[in-house]
Design a protein around this ligand. Structure first.
Ligand code: BG6
Length: 504
């Protein structure tokens, strides 16, 4: 494609992407715009095709929808010639995901695609479907010989979240997948790892020599990971009311952030070297004991409220497809301890919730206070400790706060910031967050994808909380108003430790 010179990266090798659930929301909002952006960046090979698999998919209608939606969801400008290039590579298969006959048809279509487009039998299967199909699709693919890799042809399966709904179901899903696939063929997606600022965490830590020496229990007092969402449950009640904030966000997105902050330097940037280190963190997290759950894990559900801009938000329990007496949490705050040499004694506080006043994802590393106060006019408890904040979204950047002398004859100290904003240094590249993930998968680089054992290890940490919460129905729900910063108990969690959540 055009503009290859702009990109030092080479296009992926020849392949076809098969999208199961092609008529769905994710395909239109993320996958097609991401493929468009990859095409524009010269990262797709000429020998490329998109095969949409869905129950109903009129050809003309399908293409028109893809084009319109790509246009609508693109972050950059729409270029007709790029779209034409992609459009000429679109195929479709109509069928039911449970119908073996549909997979026979898929096989025929892929043979035709290989012939017409030179895709060489390399297939990336993207499961943009309800989780109930995650093990069925690979099994059906295997039945018709589409899952096995041989003679240099690769077959990879991308699995959307949620990967299971607890430890047992994640284990069963892994087991079922491994009956027909090798672990190296399985790409468990976590879209947080597709975010540039999330990928930047390891660069920040390991491409700079000055931070690593202080990145440990000797210097760090505690870490706060906040993923605040302004959105409410919207139309996703059907899924969300059975999931809740803990399942939806913690063992995946928040744990990935935690692992990137806490992990040891890997021996290389190879997928397994990185994932081994992440896995060690999940295994080092001290699972909260059942009798401590109510003290160290806080849950909340939003009631009616008003956003700072005046927008009225209806209580979670009045949302579409949510039970009127729902006990599902829309907010979680946790205190976790990572029991290893580097982090022993340093709490990691995690919080996430919906209908909070604004959308902010950030990781704050708060350093210990100075050991001795030299400046008489500034009592030590008025001095703010140094905080390093990695701002993941929306205002991407990194800042470090420190004390500076306030000009004047009296020695006074004020808090100031050194601030790096991504936008001041780098042009924004049009991105949906799925570009890198799709491109990496086509190249066979699993670095940004969850490995099966790590997914299980993450569930092991949250499982005791799920168990206690499901056994003890919350009596105070709704316990925070939409547009506030969450339940009082979350503040109490910090207060008990003599700390406070950062103002976001
Ligand atoms: C998804 C969750 O995985 O992540 C949603 O299912 C959540 O509930 C979303 O809103 C948050 O992603 P982002 O990229 O908007 O921070």
């Amino acid at each position: 494609m055009k503009d290859r010179q702009e990109n030092s990266a080479a296009p992926a090798g020849r392949c076809a992407i098969v999208i199961f659930g092609a008529a769905g929301d994710l395909t239109r909002r993320k996958l097609i715009p991401a493929l468009y952006n990859l095409a524009e960046g010269g990262l797709l090979p000429d020998e490329f095709a998109i095969v949409g698999f869905a129950r109903r998919l009129d050809d003309e209608e399908f293409r028109r929808q893809l084009r319109d939606e790509a246009r609508r969801h693109l972050t950059g400008e729409f270029r007709q010639e790029i779209w034409d290039w992609l459009d000429s590579r679109v195929y479709r298969v109509i069928g039911d995901l449970s119908d073996p006959e549909a997979y026979v048809q898929l096989k025929e279509t892929l043979a035709k695609v290989d012939e017409e487009r030179g895709t060489g039998g390399n297939y990336l299967y993207y499961m943009s479907t309800p989780p109930s199909f995650f093990s069925e699709i690979p099994r059906q693919l295997n039945q018709v010989g589409l899952a096995r890799e041989a003679e240099g042809r690769w077959r990879r399966v991308v699995i959307e979240k949620p990967f299971g709904r607890d430890l047992d179901s994640a284990r069963s899903l892994n087991r079922e997948l491994l009956e027909v696939l090798d672990e190296s063929q399985i790409y468990r997606i976590d879209h947080y790892l597709g975010k540039e600022t999330v990928q930047n965490i390891l660069v920040f830590r390991f491409a700079n020599a000055i931070f690593e020496p202080i990145w440990n229990r000797r210097y760090v007092d505690h870490v706060q990971i906040s993923v605040a969402e302004r959105v409410d449950v919207g139309t996703r009640g059907g899924y969300y009311d059975h999931a809740g904030a803990l399942r939806d966000m913690v063992p995946n997105h928040l744990f990935q952030l935690l692992a990137l902050i806490a992990m040891e330097p890997p021996v290389s940037f190879e997928a397994d070297a990185v994932r081994n280190e992440k896995g060690k963190i999940f295994r080092a997290i001290n699972p909260i004991e059942p009798d401590e759950v109510l003290d160290e894990a806080v849950r909340g559900q939003y009631g009616d409220g008003t956003m700072p801009d005046g927008e009225r938000v209806m209580a979670y329990r009045s949302a579409e497809r949510v039970a009127p007496d729902s006990a599902t949490e829309t907010y979680v705050a946790l205190k976790l301890m990572v029991d290893n040499w580097r982090w022993a004694g340093v709490p990691f506080y995690l919080r996430t919730g919906k209908s909070l006043p604004k959308r902010v994802t950030e990781i704050a590393i708060q350093f210990k206070s100075v050991p001795l106060m030299l400046f008489e006019k500034t009592p030590i408890d008025e001095l703010e400790p140094n905080v390093l904040v990695l701002r993941i979204q929306p205002d991407e950047g990194i800042s470090l706060s420190f004390g500076a002398k306030v000009p004047g004859p009296v020695m006074r100290i004020g808090g100031v910031d050194m601030d790096f904003c991504n936008a001041n240094y780098f042009d924004a590249t049009p991105a949906t967050g799925y570009e890198t993930l799709l491109y990496d998968c086509m190249k066979g680089d699993a670095n940004l994808f969850q490995r099966g054992d790590n997914a299980e290890a993450a569930w092991s940490v949250v499982n005791p909380i799920l168990d206690v919460w499901s056994a003890l129905t919350p009596r105070d729900f709704p316990n925070y108003t939409a547009g506030s910063w969450g339940p009082e108990a979350a503040d109490e969690l910090m207060r008990c430790d003599g700390r406070a959540w950062r103002k976001l």
